[in-house]
Design a binder for this molecule. Structure first.
Ligand code: HEC
Ligand code: HEC
Length: 475
């Protein structure tokens, strides 16, 4: 058994029932975290090899993120990340236990409010939480209700890709009802197996996704970083080049949904085919753009109020260096600008999301000017109400929330902390409430929100020993 599988085993063993943790080396007990205003967006190396004008890249990224033309059947990134970067829809938002270990559950269950649940069900307040005790204050009082269904986000209908965007908005697909997501044989949109997190402040995560599978290194093509040794982008003479952009988990992440037949596409659509569809198009074709939009306002098509002036081709050419799009040869059956579409799409969405930072929360005003952990009494206490200040004290002391929700980002999975971890070791030891010691990946913890065998999208990283059955600290 090598070290990694030992760690794997240790991680699987240290499970539930310990919320009260004692201070560990990284968190200064009782100290308040700095203001997010003081934290810089992590530096992306070699960005200048690709990007010519950062402002234009952000504009392109915002258009891509919100554009309903992007998916095969009307899905944009924003379809699931539209309110505070997350999703508040309640209809058709349930998935059965699809990521359970060994035997995925494809059967939907009734809900806590005695609702029917399943496809097209509209969730109500009384359906939450999904695991309930007879007495909410006593975990030994017996389970009143539980389900392994999850509330998440609806994505695409089932279907096989045929060709791109013929009817204006959608791709042509051979549609068929998905065996799991249908009502009486009529297909509904498939629903993701995990909650949709906010994209706001996601730029501070060292790796993205609950299990960290969106790699810190972007390879130009897909979410898997250097683990995919075959990932290449095209130079203009037809040669190929490896890409390794650090601090680019958001670009790795953005390359995922356009390849996912749950989230955005009919099965089998290639990235370059998405490029072929979007490149000649008017950005945000059927969507209203607000004249005061801080990024898109100036580019708005004033005549119609819909979409932006020009085409994606023009935006890409303004934003990215010409050696990545001016080639005229044959690039695996595509134009160079199409063949490198994963690069333009993912980097521009990363740069757009890097501007989505919530550093004006009352807490950030309270901690304004503080770069290091500080005594909460030294904060600008008039910026918090008395109740908020008491809550902060519980968060820091009695609740020990700060042990996992560390730093200005309130997450131990943040880049700055993870960078320290690279030096201090990727694995941390924590003293449990019961006195024992548990071993964790830094920044990832199994807190028993769901039984472990109900969510095992675990993977074992090759280059950094990252293992994630654990969920990253929310933030
Ligand atoms: C069908 C709904 C859906 C669509 C469409 C979608 N997402 Fe997500 N997004 C999710 C879900 C669900 C997760 C969590 C998945 C997981 O962790 O396994 C997620 C995770 C993320 C995260 C990670 C945040 C974090 O804190 O870890 C980012 C960033 C993100 N999405 C951005 C995007 C972008 C950019 C696009 C478009 C390219 C997109 N999403 C399209 C549902 C969606
Ligand atoms: C052992 C580490 C740990 C401790 C201690 C801890 N948390 Fe968490 N917290 C997590 C993890 C991991 C998640 C993500 C859970 C999930 O959805 O899988 C989370 C999620 C959350 C979320 C949801 C965030 C989001 O974006 O969805 C909130 C709010 C939260 N915790 C507050 C608290 C508070 C308040 C305390 C102290 C009373 C606390 N946590 C203590 C690890 C911890």
């Amino acid at each position: 058994m090598n070290n990694l599988s030992l760690i794997n085993k240790a991680l699987r063993l240290c499970l539930l029932g310990f919320i009260a943790l004692q201070a560990n080396t990284l968190s200064a007990a009782g100290k308040a975290p700095p203001s997010l205003k003081e934290i810089k967006v992590p530096h992306v190396n070699k960005l200048k090899d690709f990007v010519s004008k950062e402002k234009e890249v952000i504009l392109l990224g915002k258009a891509f993120f919100w554009d309903l033309q992007a998916g095969s059947d009307g899905q944009a990134c924003a379809s699931c990340h539209f309110r505070a970067g997350a999703d508040l829809r309640v209809k058709n938002q349930l998935a059965p236990g699809l990521i359970r270990e060994n035997n995925p559950d494809t059967i939907f269950q009734p809900t806590a409010s005695f609702g029917q649940g399943g496809p097209n069900y509209t969730l109500v307040g009384d359906d939450f939480p999904f695991h309930q005790f007879n007495d909410p204050d006593d975990r030994n009082s017996g389970v009143a209700f539980t389900t392994n269904d999850t509330a998440s986000s609806q994505g695409t209908f089932g279907g096989k890709f045929v060709s791109g965007g013929d009817d204006g908005l959608n791709d042509t697909c051979d549609n068929f009802a998905d065996p799991v997501f249908h009502v009486g044989g009529i297909g509904v949109r498939k629903v993701e197996p995990r909650h949709t997190p906010s994209v706001i402040n996601a730029v501070f995560n060292f790796r993205n996704f609950w299990d960290g599978r969106a790699n810190n290194v972007f390879n130009g093509v897909d979410p898997f970083g250097l683990r995919n040794g075959n990932a290449r982008v095209f130079e203009k003479n037809g040669a190929t080049r490896k890409v390794d952009l650090r601090n680019s988990s958001l670009a790795s992440q953005a390359s995922g949904p356009p390849m996912s037949d749950f989230e955005m596409i009919c099965t089998g659509r290639k990235f370059a085919e998405m490029g072929r569809k979007l490149i000649p198009r008017k950005p945000l074709l059927i969507q209203q753009v607000h004249p005061n939009d801080s990024v898109l306002g100036d580019k708005r098509d004033k005549d119609t109020g819909l979409g932006l002036k020009g085409t994606y081709e023009e935006l890409i050419k303004k934003a990215f260096k010409k050696e990545w799009w001016e080639g005229t040869g044959d690039f695996d059956g595509f134009r160079q600008i199409e063949a490198n579409f994963s690069l333009f799409w993912s980097l521009s969405i990363q740069l757009y999301q890097s501007t989505l930072i919530s550093d004006k929360a009352p807490y950030d005003e309270f901690a304004k000017g503080k770069k290091e952990p500080f005594d909460p009494q030294d904060g600008k206490t008039d910026k918090l109400t008395a109740a908020e200040f008491r809550g902060l004290q519980v968060f820091l002391d009695k609740g020990k929330c700060i042990n996992c929700h560390k730093g200005a980002e309130f997450s131990g999975a943040a880049s700055v902390l993870q960078a320290e971890n690279q030096e201090n070791g990727l694995v941390e030891r924590m003293i449990m409430g019961g006195g024992g010691v548990a071993l964790y990946d830094n920044g990832f913890y199994n807190i028993g929100v769901t039984p472990t065998n109900e969510d095992v999208m675990a993977y074992l990283g090759q280059e950094d020993g990252d293992l994630a059955i654990m969920h990253r600290c929310g933030g």
